[in-house]
Design a protein around this ligand. Structure first.
Ligand SMILES: [Zn+2]
Length: 252
């Protein structure tokens, strides 16, 4: 058992949220009980995750995507009311870490996705150094981007969108989890043969065709399932807490 202050201090020391410019508040987003015994982690603070946390008897929910983002109008209506009502009714703490959880060199989303895909980074690129650049852990390459896409599809258990006109060998691989479409040009600049992220938007298909650098979109949710789980496990072990990662499936 610990308390909310100690848990926050431990997470802040691990993830260093003050060194990022982010789109929403990192750390405590909704205050629940002071005593902390049991954490449920998940990708997004959706109603389904909060319901699962209530079922599991958790006092704390740790997520990558919290409730509050720049540009919201601030009203507590609709989905916001439902999610907040459930958290408050059960006195559950909601802790969210966004970019700091993407970036952590060992436990973050990018590092953990690399681990799952058998990739190791030797460089970082892009805004706030969030992008990872490297190659296969075993030193080999892929014959072409579709082979890389097939490997990702089998590792993540879902389909992967591959845009590849060059069909050339892939050695240098850049990746950035989630909705990192805007990192593609920086990945091209950094010398990648292929770029992996969660989502694709219309312009990136053209950039891929015109640059000859392959673009692979493997799902925002699927690419961000691993960081929050790893961080949850770390802090739970450090503070002797119970921890369960709950995956709420998401096709996007
Ligand atoms: Zn995300």
């Amino acid at each position: 058992m610990t308390d909310r202050h100690q848990l926050l201090k431990t997470l802040d020391e691990l993830l260093q949220p003050d060194s990022f410019r982010d789109y929403g508040p990192n750390g405590l987003q909704v205050e629940g009980r002071l005593e902390v015994r049991s954490i449920v982690s998940g990708v997004t603070a959706s109603l389904a995750l909060i319901e699962a946390a209530v079922q599991a008897g958790a006092d704390t929910v740790l997520v990558h995507h919290g409730l509050f983002w720049r540009g919201q109008d601030g009203r507590v209506t609709g989905w916001m009311r439902q999610r907040l009502a459930l958290l408050l009714a059960h006195d559950i703490n909601l802790l969210a870490y966004h970019l700091p959880l993407d970036a952590h060199p060992q436990w973050g989303n990018n590092a953990q996705l690399g681990w799952v895909l058998g990739l190791r980074a030797d460089a970082r690129f892009g805004e706030q150094d969030l992008g990872f650049l490297g190659g296969r852990t075993d030193g080999a390459g892929f014959e072409h981007a579709q082979a890389l896409g097939d490997a990702i599809a089998s590792a993540l258990g879902r389909s992967v969108t591959v845009v590849d006109v060059a069909r050339r060998p892939i050695r240098r691989i850049a990746w950035c989890t989630g909705g990192a479409q805007s990192y593609f040009e920086a990945a091209i600049q950094a010398g990648a043969d292929a770029f992996i992220t969660g989502e694709i938007s219309e312009p990136q298909a053209h950039y891929a065709r015109e640059s000859g650098v392959a673009y692979l979109a493997c799902g925002h949710h699927a690419s961000e399932r691993y960081g929050v789980r790893a961080v949850g496990e770390q802090v739970a072990a450090q503070l002797s807490l119970a921890h369960t990662f709950i995956d709420i499936d998401n096709p996007a």
